[in-house]
Design a binder for this molecule. Structure first.
Ligand code: ATP
Ligand code: MG
Length: 426
């Protein structure tokens, strides 16, 4: 019988790394709290139709990256269930679905976040997996540029708290409105059609499916052709231009540097006006840690009323890439999972169990660990390795005197305290 291992692209996060993940997740959620954003918890599985409609048929995600399962029961279902379900490849479509379904924008402008697993059928490599984790943030109801810049400022604060702000660079662009983009698309397709033979295969195909994506083609010859192509910025109307300028003014006022990248179009169909990406040069070709933009059309599309525009702006951050970047440029010091280690001679072990339990109740924020009732020497070895700040030692003398001995693990000094003092300077 062969050994069973995990599927390629589906990773275990082992305890030593999980500690770092929790540390980073705590910082991220602290920043989100600090900006007054609320958590929303969403299902991992949605109707396939939601992504086909909400992400766009001609995107990498919908064309080739979805993990879908047939719903064998759809014919018998009274509720008219769809025939296909999909493991969420991204969070925005599901979040918008929930906002619409529960009427969250009625009389309110919700600012939401979620964190969790996404699934894409990709070729696994460093920074690219089939199950990965995103932090998604979506801000509904404001058409103003301050909503766009607030999200960018929020991410910048996260980089500062994580100590990586010098290693990420903000790229900014505007995609204008649908009609402006349409006029531009026509001009771009006209131009590229005259150079069709020089385009790479993907770009030739995209000329009819999603021509804007050709702008971020990695192919050199295609990029050479693009040098002479019309520019989207020449097709923007007054309102789009003003919006973009105001976003930039806010960023400047906040001291957030950016680069305008006219080729930044983002992979998904639903964006309008502002789009942005935070990129790094430390992770090879998986350079984008976080990307987002405004998507005023998506709420209407999910509602089944595409003519309606409802303002929204959001971003998604890839946490695996973020962790890789942190490891590279600002590695976390060993985050200890133990503050106080309690050991006892075998005869007094029961007293130690009771003491550790009382300590956990008295000081709930302390991490209190024990080893099994083996020899004192082997328990002490585990205490040494644990990274604890203090070791509490309980022997016959301590039990007799209602005290515990406390060893400061940094200095090696030992002192005594009453067994109900719970006095640890942590
Ligand atoms: P890429 O161009 O790298 O494929 P994308 O445009 O598909 O990225 P988005 O859909 O915008 O990415 O997702 C937002 C973020 O989620 C990315 O910037 C990245 O950090 C992360 N991400 C996307 N796909 C993966 C993946 N397969 N594995 C790990 N992280 C991912
Ligand atoms: Mg992708």
């Amino acid at each position: 019988m062969s050994k069973i291992t995990a599927i390629r692209g589906f990773n275990d996060i082992l305890p030593s790394d999980a500690k770092k993940w929790r540390h980073v997740e705590n910082i991220l959620s602290q920043v989100l709290d600090g900006y007054g954003f609320s958590q929303i918890r969403l299902p991992l599985v949605e109707e396939t139709q939601l992504f086909a409609r909400g992400v766009g048929e001609a995107t990498d995600i919908v064309e080739k990256e979805m993990f879908s399962v047939a719903n064998h029961n759809s014919q018998n279902s009274e509720k008219g269930e769809s025939a296909s379900f999909t493991l969420r490849p991204e969070g925005t479509a599901g979040c918008v679905r929930a906002v619409v379904e529960h009427n969250l924008t009625r009389g309110d402008t919700p600012k939401l976040w979620y964190m969790g697993a996404m699934f894409r059928y990709e070729r696994p490599q460093k920074g690219r997996y089939r199950q990965f984790t995103q932090l998604g943030v979506e801000s509904f109801g404001s058409p103003s540029p301050d909503a766009d810049s607030e999200l960018i400022a929020l991410t910048y604060t996260m980089w500062q708290r994580l100590g990586i702000s010098d290693h990420v660079c903000l790229q900014l662009n505007t995609l204008g409105e649908a009609d402006e983009r349409l006029a531009y698309k026509t001009a771009l397709v006209d131009y590229l059609s005259t150079h069709f033979d020089k385009l790479d295969d993907d770009s030739q195909r995209r000329l009819t499916t999603n021509p804007l994506r050709i702008l971020d083609s990695k192919d050199e010859q295609t990029q050479a052709v693009l040098l002479g192509a019309p520019k989207l910025s020449d097709f923007l109307g007054e309102a789009s231009r003003t919006h973009f300028n105001q976003v930039q003014s806010y960023l400047k006022a906040l001291g957030i540097k950016f680069e305008i990248n006219e080729k930044l179009v983002r992979g998904l169909d639903y964006y309008n006006k502002t789009v942005f990406e935070w990129v790094t040069d430390k992770l090879g070709s998986q350079a984008t840690v976080c990307g987002g933009g405004r998507y005023d059309g998506l709420v209407g599309i999910v509602k089944g009323k595409p003519e309606q525009s409802e303002p929204a702006v959001g971003f998604a951050m890839g946490l695996e890439r973020l962790m890789l970047l942190i490891d590279e440029v600002a590695p976390l010091k060993n985050v200890s999972d133990c503050d106080v280690f309690v050991v006892a001679s075998e005869d007094e072990y029961l007293h130690a169990v009771v003491y550790a339990n009382q300590l956990r109740h008295a000081r709930p924020s302390l991490k209190v660990k024990m080893a099994s009732a083996t020899s004192l020497k082997s328990q002490m070895k585990k205490a040494d390795k644990s990274g604890a700040a203090f070791t509490v030692i309980i022997g016959a003398d301590e039990v007799a005197g209602d005290t515990v001995s406390v060893k400061d693990m940094a200095t090696g000094e030992q002192s005594s305290q009453s067994k109900d003092a719970f006095d640890f300077k942590i």
